[in-house]
Every structure is written in C-alpha cells, then in structure tokens.
Design a binder for this molecule. Structure first.
Ligand code: DGT
Ligand code: CA
Ligand code: CA
Ligand code: ZN
Length: 604
C-alpha cells in the first residue's frame, strides 16, 4: 500500500482547514503544493529517506517532518489540532462546488452556518443574502449543488457496510480496555443502505482513563484511508471501497475518487453506555419523540442520560447530577414507561404507541430455506451439498427452486428437465436424514402475469416461488395487474422478490402495494423478503404494509452459493423493521405446520 495518496489527502485537507481558518496564504499554498506533489508521485513516499523527500517539489524541512510523522504514527498532530477547530460540517460545505474556503469562512464566521443543513436553512429563510459576497446568483448555484449532491450521494449496501463494521468491532473488542463494542446508527437499525457507520465502544470499569487509547486503536485499523476527526473519546475515519461492488479491499486503502465510507467512533464509560447507545442508534426522529416524552414527564434526555428536570441552568451531566437512568437502554425506556423498543423499529413510525408484543422475528427462529438454486440452473451446489449446508445451519427444510425455462440466461429448466430434476430431488431426499428436501421451482412471472410452466407440471412441485425477472420497467398499473394475476394463481405459494429492485442499480417495479398485500392475504400467498443485500425486496415499508394487512412473509436467501446463507441476517432485520413476528413468517414454523401449509395449496 503506497502512502502517497493518504498523504496527499491529509495535506490537502490541512490546506483547506488552514484556509478556512484564515491562516497565512503562504502556509496554505505550501500544503496544497505538497499534496499535489505526493498525488503525482510514482515512488512511494513511505520508503524515502529524508534527503529524498527534501528534493521533491514543494517539500521543505517542515513538510518533510510531517511526512515522517505521518508514516511513523499514522497521523499528523497539526492536522488533528486543526480538525478540532474546524467543525466537520464546515468541511462538508467546502465539498459543494461553488463553496471554496473563502466563502465557507464567511458563512461560518459571519453567518454562524456550520453545516449543509444550516446552509439550506439560511437559503430558505433568505438570511444568507445579508452576508457579504452572497448574491441571488450564488444562492441558485449552491441550491443546485446541494440537490445534485443529495441525488448522487450513494449510500452503501447493508451487506457491504456490515463487513466494514465487523472489522472495526472485532478489533475494538480485542482491546484490553474495551468491555464491548457494537454498531449503532442505521446499521443497528438494519436499514437497507448505510450513510456512514457509527460504532460505540464501552470501556471496562477498570480502564476508564483509556478512552484515547481505544480511539487510537480504532484510527490505526489497517485499511483506514484518512482520519478526518480525532479526539479524546471519539474519532472518524474513512475507508475506501472498490468501484465494482463497494467491497472494501484493505490492500487498496487509499481514498481516491471512488466510493468511500466514513466510520464514526464514540468511546463511553459503562455509566453512560445505555444513553449513548440510545442516542447514537437513532433514528434522530425516534430520539426526538423520546425527548418529548421525557419532557412531558418532567425529565430531560440526552446522550448523557435521563435526568430529572430541576429547573437549574446548564446541562445536568455537567453539574454532577445523578441520572434517573443512563447505563442501559432498557432502564431508560422503562423510566419513560415504555417497553424496550427493538432498534429496527426506531423510525418514528408509531412505535411509541405500539402495544406490542415486541417479540419480533430473530435469526435463530428461521428453520427453513424456501428459495435455493443448484447446478441444475445457475447455482454452484448439487442438491445434496445444498441440503448438507442447510442442515448444518439447523434448518428442517430446504426447497430446491431452480429457474424456469424463460430465464434462459440463468439456465432455466425446460419442462422435461424439471421433471427429471424433481425425480433427482426426491431421490436425494431419500438419502439424507434430519432435513426435508422439497422439490420446487422459481417460476418466472411473465410480463402478462402468467406463469412459465403449465399447471399440470406446477402441481407436481412441493413449492412454487413465482418471481418477476424480466420486464421490470413496466408502468405501475401494468405491474400491479401482472403481480395480482400471479398471486391469484391457485398453485403459487410465495411471491419471490416482488418488485425486482436492485439497490443502487435499478428501481424495479412500483406496484400498488396495498392491492398486492390485500390479495396475498386473500389467496394465502406469502410475500418474500429476499435476503440478499442488493435486493432486500420486499423492502421494510412494504413488509410493514403486509404485516398490517395480515399477510404471511417468507424470508429467503435465494441461495446460489454457500455464502448466500449468511445474508439471512439482512432479511431478518428487514423483517423486523416491518414488525414481522415468528408467527407470521413461514420459515419460522415447525416442519409439520410448514409442510401442511404447502400441501394445502391447490386443493381448496
Ligand atoms: P445514516 O448514517 O445516514 O445511514 O443514518 P444514521 O441514522 O446512522 O445517522 P447518523 O450517522 O447521522 O447519526 C447516527 C445517530 O446519531 C442518529 O441515528 C441519531 C443520532 N443523531 C445524530 N445527529 C443527531 C441530531 O442532530 N439529533 C439527534 N437527536 N440525534 C442525532
Ligand atoms: Ca450512520
Ligand atoms: Ca455518523
Ligand atoms: Zn432465485
């Protein structure tokens, strides 16, 4: 890993910070020039003796020292000092085309605007026009920049973000001063995409003085490309991601023009673990509801705890007040007369008024996989290998559902091959004990809503998963009619990935979800949550609509290779966001109940 790009990044950021702070132009330019030098260098600055560094364009003794400091310690103290003086939001504003350091300085110093939301507010109420150098034309340009940024800011897939988070969490958990480390923020809530990662580390009671060392351990995780924020009990780092699938390659850690993700850390003592966790898990809207509830009960809630409102000026935690609750989330909810609300439900979608029970579906509840491919179509496993994998995961049932004939690109089976495949599945089922292998098919829903095999063949199957694969840009009315026709087919058990969306890739169909869930309930069709992190289809809000309408849900991994089973957790968190209980999820039913439900189809 070459040091050049990280070095160029940190120096360029220092130049920006110096500039926005109004420091000497000469110093600003020196950093900008050095950044450019390292950016364009072919030899690795990590391996250069001091003399060679000094021979580089724009690198004097002071800058050479900073390079050496960076390559030995992974940081530059002066950078950290500057970063503590410039709010991160001000740095964000400078990312907007049209907002240079001079403009940002005016906004920040004279307009007290320190982030993009603040800038939007000042534009909305017109107050920005009273600042020097800010005219109508400038404001129009900034509005456009903000809108474009919003439209093009790619949030990272849940599955990819989770991989990145795990690396940091494992590293922190191994630190002697750390009692526990967990993901907070949108990852803990199981959102389908992640803006940035928020990680919380709890110190051991015996190591309360070690927060800075824990933050240091975090910052120095291999693969960190840059460290925009670093402090006593917090840090933010960025890791660069590959262009293709956003996979984090830790050997190509430099933050270039490609996608990257920020990882925020907060370190807390055990006394405030619960309140910190609650605060940083969010959502922000849920937190606001909780704070309102606290106030209504004569209390105040912050990341420092839930306190009695004693009417004194100043934040209670700074005055040595003892909190009503702070060490666990449970205690805080309890003191607010609430049951513990699962993180996935904290979205201000009525959860404070939800009477429960809050026994949402959990990963170990899932005992069956009902959507899996073998080598017969586009999977990599044989029937027996698939069954062994499923059995190892504690499942009582695995359904083999290879593609149907219209999915030619995925090796879809012609009717004769499907008949042979059904026979093969039955034979395999006779060879294994401890798991039931069902013969199924993932049958294409053709563009008019008809199915890809005739009914006589479908009747031979134990499980029919009907999925749309082609014609995914149909208009909503056509898509609705198409899916309703498939749902009302008497032999369909499960509607697979109902919209066909691929997150960050294609929107998929936009059917009338209300009509879909009503029909699915009436026809006893389970709606699938496809657990692959690029699909998560149904999405959370659709799941919630399905649950509210009384539908059944299937959570399936759409297995093509063994690792796909690992995506189940993402399907489960999506289900939890839609308030799915084990009772409503057919994969959580005991074998007898599931098999009886499957058999009942087509007989009524
Ligand atoms: P993301 O990163 O866009 O996927 O979504 P979050 O929910 O992870 O948002 P993030 O990273 O900005 O903040 C993490 C949590 O910290 C958020 O869920 C709630 C809390 N938080 C952040 N800013 C505020 C705020 O201004 N007010 C309140 N009440 N909570 C905040
Ligand atoms: Ca976040
Ligand atoms: Ca964050
Ligand atoms: Zn499939």
């Amino acid at each position: 890993m070459s040091l050049n790009q990280p070095l160029a990044d940190i120096l360029a950021r220092m130049a920006k910070m110096l500039d926005v702070l109004g420091e000497d132009t000469f110093k600003v330019n020196a950093h900008t020039r050095a950044a450019r030098t390292f950016e364009g260098l072919t030899d690795d600055a990590a391996a250069m003796p001091r003399e060679q560094l000094l021979s580089l364009q724009g690198v004097g003794p002071k800058l050479a020292d900073k390079v050496i400091e960076f390559r030995t310690t992974g940081r530059i103290a002066e950078h950290d000092e500057l970063a503590s003086r410039v709010p991160p939001g001000v740095m964000d504003m400078m990312e907007l085309p049209g907002v240079g350091p001079k403009t940002a300085r005016v906004l920040w110093q004279e307009g007290s605007i320190s982030d993009i939301p603040g800038l939007e507010r000042a534009i909305a109420d017109g107050s920005i026009l009273s600042l020097p150098r800010m005219g109508e034309k400038f404001v129009t340009k900034i509005k456009e920049s903000i809108a474009f940024r919003r439209a093009n800011s790619q949030r990272l897939w849940l599955g990819r973000a989770d991989e990145v988070a795990s690396v940091f969490i494992e590293r922190l958990r191994a630190h002697p001063a750390v009692r526990d480390a967990v993901a907070a923020g949108s990852l803990r809530r199981g959102r389908d995409t992640i803006g940035d990662l928020d990680i919380l580390a709890c110190l051991r009671e015996s190591h309360l003085a070690d927060a800075a060392r824990v933050a240091e351990c975090f910052r120095t995780t291999p693969g960190v490309a840059s460290v925009p924020v670093s402090g006593e009990n917090r840090a933010s780092v960025r890791v660069a991601l590959g262009h293709d699938f956003g996979r984090w390659s830790r050997t190509h850690a430099a933050e270039g023009d490609g996608p990257s993700i920020q990882v925020d850390l907060r370190v807390t003592p055990p006394a405030t673990w619960g309140s910190m966790l609650l605060y940083f898990t969010g959502s922000k809207e849920h937190n606001i509801r909780l704070r309102e509830r606290a106030i209504a009960r004569g209390m105040t809630l912050s990341e420092w705890g839930l306190f009695k409102d004693d009417g004194q000026p100043g934040a209670p935690h700074t005055r040595g007040c003892t909190p009503v609750a702070a060490d666990t989330e449970e205690a805080i909810y309890h003191a607010l007369d609430l049951p513990f609300i699962p993180p996935e439900a904290r979205e201000d979608r009525g959860e404070l008024d939800h009477l429960g029970p809050w026994r949402l579906i959990e990963l170990p509840d899932i005992r069956a996989e009902l959507h899996a491919h073998t080598r017969a179509s586009d999977g990599v496993l044989t029937i027996l290998e698939l069954a062994q994998d499923a059995k190892r995961r504690g499942f009582h049932t695995i359904a083999v559902t290879d593609h149907s004939q219209s999915s030619a690109q995925a090796g879809g089976l012609k009717p004769d091959r499907l008949r042979q495949h059904i026979a093969d599945v039955r034979e395999a089922n006779g060879q294994v004990s401890g798991i039931t292998i069902l013969a199924g098919s993932e049958v294409d829903i053709l563009s008019d809503g008809s199915l890809d095999y005739d009914d006589d063949l479908l009747r031979e199957l134990d499980v029919v998963v009907a999925s749309p694969h082609a014609a995914l840009s149909q208009d909503p009315a056509t898509a609705t009619a198409r899916l309703l026709r498939a749902i009302s087919h008497p032999l369909v058990h499960i509607l697979g990935h109902p919209t066909g969306r691929l997150i960050n890739r294609r929107p998929g169909l936009s059917p009338d979800i209300g009509a879909l869930v009503a029909s699915a309930r009436a026809h006893h069709v389970a709606l699938e949550i496809n657990a692959h992190w690029m699909r998560l289809d149904l999405r959370d809000t659709h799941v919630r609509a399905a649950i509210d309408a009384g539908c059944l849900i299937a959570i399936d991994c759409d297995v093509h290779e063994p690792a796909d089973f690992d995506n189940l957790a993402f399907g489960v968190s999506t289900a939890r966001r839609g308030l799915v209980t084990p009772e409503r999820c057919i994969n959580a039913w005991p074998a007898e109940r599931l098999h009886a439900w499957l058999r009942a189809k087509g007989r009524t």
